[in-house]
Write a protein that binds this ligand. Structure first.
Ligand code: TRP
Length: 462
């Protein structure tokens, strides 16, 4: 039977697809914003430590569980760790369902701004533009939200429909080089801007007096989100990797690329923001503010070549979001294929339709529909969208991540984990004992700290 499982056509294709999953709205939307909120430097340093000490080891843990068993999340945890651990996989499938449902809403906004900037580039940017008003209008327009997120969901379903090789890998091969190209273009242009010096200072000069414990936990929570960890995405992607490939190398490349891209995106946005007098005060508001309110205007009024760069930028956001949404959908779809023996085409259409019902609710929770906009399950998180995001980032991913790292570190025979990581070849920097120590002690302790903070101090990391 095993021979029937689809595989990535090459190691490069796999690394691209997994990197595509990791790079997404987390890098372009969340990371710059939380870096801003936490005053840069020291926060960035802590984030890098979290990525290396917690993210990288768990990335390897998820990939190895998938590759060893050649199964998707539920079956993989069951077979690799033990029968009861299948629940961890089920939890992950549910988390994927939830995350995709609201992620598609923001992804839909990127389509809106792509069309909008194309329109401005061709027909001119209005002199008295009210960008805040434009965004609020979009947010509260239920029909528009429904269409945009529906279009994005359709794109996602279309890719996953064609499978690992013909859909996911092909899309990654097309999107990622385009994404890197656009990002480099933007980086070069932003480095010529006046504010770039200040931006680099802000991002890379640590000032520890600004840092509090909340920031440390926020950095850790984001490390999970941005690397697509804690819900089995990397288990599923790992299950399509052939035996002879080095998982350590792959994990290293994915983590490195994701981190570099997050930093580049931050440099670009901050260079623009610091170039405009008064802009930094204006940005202090909301996370959507930076990406969808401040930036569009700046592109047309400040950035040289903004007419080209603005649509390019929103195309970049949409492509990055797409390679992430397909990985979220694939976790759900592969569950139905492996566990319920469904055909891919049926599984994809069915999951897509079910998830979209929740997307629809999230999209209407920005003012279009009062009951959904005021829906409050967690204190201070009003709205269906915010509730879903809070649940996923603060509960589902950390809990899933904790169980995966404990399962792999303590309950999976170490000869199995060693075989997966070392026998297929590992680079010189890799030390199996250090990895084992990280998944047994460092990662569980760090993740437990997030959960304790959420439970006892009600901290919010979304
Ligand atoms: N990592 C993606 C981002 O940064 C989002 C994402 C895709 C994700 N798959 C995931 C987050 C699985 C958590 C779990 O935008």
């Amino acid at each position: 039977m095993k021979d029937l499982r689809e595989n990535w056509s090459s190691n490069f294709g796999f690394v691209l697809a997994a990197t595509g999953s990791a790079i997404g709205l987390g890098n372009l939307w969340k990371f710059p914003f939380i870096t801003w909120k936490n005053d840069g430097g020291a926060f960035v340093l802590i984030y890098l430590v979290c990525i290396i000490a917690v993210g990288l080891p768990i990335m390897m843990a998820e990939l190895l569980v998938g590759r060893k068993t050649q199964k998707s999340a539920v079956g993989a945890m069951r077979e690799a760790v033990g029968p009861a651990w299948g629940w961890v996989g089920t939890w992950g499938v549910m988390a994927g369902f939830v995350i995709l449902s609201y992620y598609a809403v923001v992804a839909g906004w990127s389509l809106f701004y792509l069309f909008q900037t194309l329109n401005w580039s061709f027909f001119g940017f209005p002199a008295q533009a009210n960008m805040g008003g434009l965004f609020e209008g979009l947010a509260a327009n239920g029909l528009l939200q429904t269409i945009l997120s529906g279009a994005f969901m359709l794109l996602t379903v279309a890719v996953v429909f064609f499978g690992v090789h013909g859909g996911i890998e092909k899309t990654a091969r097309l999107c990622l080089p385009a994404l890197f190209g656009i990002l480099l273009l933007l980086l070069f242009s932003s480095l010529t801007m006046e504010g770039s010096g200040e931006a680099l200072n802000f991002i890379f000069r640590p000032n520890f007096s600004e840092l509090d414990t909340v920031a440390i936990l926020e950095a850790l929570g984001h490390a999970f989100f941005t690397l697509s960890l804690g819900m089995g995405t990397m288990i599923v992607y790992g299950s399509y990797v052939a035996r002879e490939r080095s998982l350590v190398n792959a994990a290293g490349s994915i983590v490195l690329l994701d981190t570099v891209i997050a930093l580049i995106a931050t440099i670009i946005m901050f260079s623009v923001i610091f170039t405009v007098p008064g802009m930094s005060e204006q940005v202090d508001g909301s996370p959507v503010g930076m990406l969808f309110i401040s930036l569009p205007q700046l592109f047309y009024e400040v950035v040289p070549g903004g007419v080209v760069l603005a649509p390019a930028f929103y195309l970049l956001v949409a492509l990055a979001a797409l390679t992430s949404t397909i990985s979220l959908l694939e976790v759900v779809v592969s569950y139905f294929i492996d566990q319920k023996k469904m055909e891919r085409s049926r599984a994809t259409l069915l999951s897509g339709a079910c998830i979209y019902m929740f997307t629809f609710l999230s999209g209407l929770s920005f003012g279009a529909f009062p009951w959904l906009s005021n829906f409050e399950l967690f204190d201070g998180k009003a709205g269906f969208f915010a509730t879903m995001d809070h649940f996923a980032s603060n509960w589902a991913l950390p809990l899933g991540g904790l169980l995966i790292t404990v399962g792999v570190g303590w309950f999976m025979p170490s000869k199995d984990t060693e075989a997966e990581l070392v026998e297929s070849g590992s680079p010189g920097w890799f030390n199996y004992k250090a990895w084992l120590f990280a998944v047994r002690f460092i990662a569980p302790a760090a993740v437990a700290a997030i959960l304790v903070a959420v439970i006892f101090f009600g901290k919010d990391f979304s």
